[in-house]
Each structure stands twice: as C-alpha cells, then as structure tokens.
Design a protein around this ligand. Structure first.
Ligand code: 13P
Length: 232
C-alpha cells in the first residue's frame, strides 16, 4: 500500500481544512493518506476518515515549554503520525540529530508513527552518503523501528520544481534501504500529480511526502490516485 503524506507547513486555513475533510472523506483510497496541517488546525480534522499527523513535537510529556506540543497531547487530538527533523526545522529552529532522536523516542513512547526527514543541502550533493549516514546514525541497528518511516527530502529539491533523476534517486533509495531494511521510505521534494507516478515506480520507494502541491485539493487527489495506481 502506497503512502501519501501532506505537509501543509505553516499554510492553510480553517476553510481549507474543512474542504479537505469533506473532499477526501469521499475517497476510498487504497493508499494510506496522512494530512499534517499546522497544529492549530488539527482539531478541524476530527471527522477525517484518513490519518492525521503533526509537523513536530517536543520530547517532554508536559511542563514549562511554552509553545511546544507533547506527543501525548497530539495522540489525544487524534494524530497517528508526526513529522520529525524536517529540514526547515533543522535549519530555522536549529534542531540537531540528538534533539530529533529524543523527539523520536518520545513519539514512539506514545505510539505515534514518526516520519524522520533526512536529506542533503545543494552544496552537500556530492557527499550525500556522509550526510545521510550522519542523520541515520542513531537509528541504524535500533531494535524499535517497526513503526518508523524515513523520508528522503533533498533540500535542493524542496519547493524548487527540480527532482533527482531516476538513477540518482534509485542510488540514494537503495543506500537508505540497506541501512534501514525494515522501514518504509518516502520521497519528498517538488512532488506533484505529474511526477508522482514515476517516483513511485522507483524500487524501494513506499510513498511520497508532499509540500506545496498538498495545499491544492485537485492536485493532491491526483497524487493520491497516482500513488494508488502504482501500489498494485
Ligand atoms: P515541496 O513539495 O513544496 O517541494 O515540499 C516538500 C516538503 O518539504 C515536504 O515536507
């Protein structure tokens, strides 16, 4: 079964959330659909028949951590998934691999399925193996990875319209799958209704993580359809 995860980032509105719930509730997809809206909109997905996820969580259960959300509360709000270590959080909010690992551990403790985002910057493109190894170091050989999903998002592909070639992506995917044999793997970066099919045909890719295109309902439905087609 293919997976389609929508990362709305800090976009959307109450109106968009209500439209998405209405439209996507009419779809019986054979793909697993997960929408990750901003935390402030999670409550609007109460009647959503697919899955919802958070875009981040903190690693403590409660306390004086103004502005943060605990995995426990996210679970209570109906989340089954949480994105962790997105490149925007690493760059803008200085999240380190160690902090992401603590968040991973707290999320798993609440039975949230973590989607850990990894990927190299443009200037690191020649060194992608080192970058990815470093980002994966805390998880390689870990015994508690059954529910963990990894998402390869080359930073140079996010929001640029440029995606890796089939052979480039194939090489990265087999490298990650070798390190994380039992985990599902998504690709993210400029995914849309036109390229989702070819991306899904790459051996080892289990689904897609969609940013910009996930805010347009028709486009997102197209992607869900393409992923479902490739999942047979
Ligand atoms: P775009 O699909 O807009 O390139 O964003 C990808 C992304 O960052 C998803 O997490």
């Amino acid at each position: 079964m293919g997976i389609v995860v929508a990362n709305w980032k800090m976009n959307g509105s109450v109106f968009l959330a209500e439209r998405f719930v209405h439209r996507l509730n009419e779809i019986d997809s054979v793909s697993r659909v997960v929408v990750c809206p901003p935390a402030a909109l999670l409550g609007k997905f109460e009647k959503f028949k697919h899955f919802i996820g958070a875009q981040n969580c903190f690693y403590e259960e409660s306390g004086a951590f103004t502005g943060e959300s605990s995995p426990k509360l996210l679970k209570e709000l109906g989340c089954d998934y949480v994105l962790l270590g997105h490149s925007e959080r690493r760059a803008l909010f200085h999240e380190s691999d160690e902090m992401i690992y603590k968040k991973w551990s707290a999320a798993v403790g609440q039975s949230l399925r973590p989607v850990i985002c990894i990927g190299e910057r443009l200037e690191e493109r020649g060194d992608w193996k080192d970058v990815i190894c470093h980002q994966l170091k805390n998880y390689i050989g870990h015994c508690d990875l059954d529910d963990t999903i990894f998402a390869y998002e080359p930073i140079w592909s996010i929001g640029t319209g440029v995606i890796p070639s089939e052979s480039e992506l194939g090489a990265v995917v087999s490298f990650i799958k070798e390190k994380m044999p039992g985990s599902e793997l998504l690709y993210g970066g400029s995914v849309n209704g036109r390229n989702a099919g070819e991306i899904m045909r790459i051996n080892g890719i289990d689904g897609v993580l969609v940013g910009g295109a996930s805010l347009q309902i028709d486009e997102f439905e197209n992607i869900v359809g393409m992923v479902a087609q490739q999942s047979y």
